[in-house]
Design a protein. Sequence first.
Length: 270
Amino acid sequence: MKQSIKNLKKYKFLLNELVKKTIKLRYRRSYLGILWTLIEPLLTMIVLTIVFGQLLGRDSTDPAFDGVPYPIYVLTGRLLYSFFSSSTNTAMKSIRNNSSMIKKVYVPKYIYPLSAVIANYLIFLISLIVLVGVVIFFMCQGDYQASINIYTALSVIPLLNLFLFGVGVGMLLATMDVFFRDMEYLWSVLLMLIMYCSAIFYFPGRLGPEAAVLLKANPLFGIIHNFRVSFFGHPFDGTLMLYTWGITIFFLFIGFYSFYRKQDKFILYI
């Protein structure tokens, strides 16, 4: 661990350059460039509201969501899920995508998946501007009275949880993808399952007890739920908070441990 921290400080410049490279590659040949960071979640929110608004956007049984416009509810979930999906996908492919550099120059290999997650997290933080803008829009329309208090400020805790969870899962996926290329296809299917079990466009209180258990088993749902309730000015769900942080620590340990054990063999498979 000490050696890893020393290497991180030593190669801080390379980490910064890899983060910049990831962001530039994501928006290359795009006329609007990084503006898509703001436009894409807004368009997605509009589409989901049109498609699911009348069917799933009413009758919340959770008091934390009373009075919250459906588009804001959807946007809070979609932003967090989009970061997790894009960061883990980019981290998973990071070793193979940088294989030419890995073969020529020695650098700590964990920098590649780590830089992928950091780059996507920066894009995610920028996209939160859209959330603030949508909240202000509904407040100006008189359709929503935001409850801003200490719990709103504490919403940074689930955001930190989300980042570390993405790092842990990304490190594990990066390791697996080197030896098992089909992981990319399996992960796309798993991401679809995770999305539908994260209550992005429906209220979890409308589900039965069996489905509720499935939701709470999904750590991403717990992170999204706690971000939502705190952002809307309500206290965290303590049980979900402990569970999601426990799962996050587990994946951080497993991700870095498996990466460290297998990294010397990467050169034979890339």
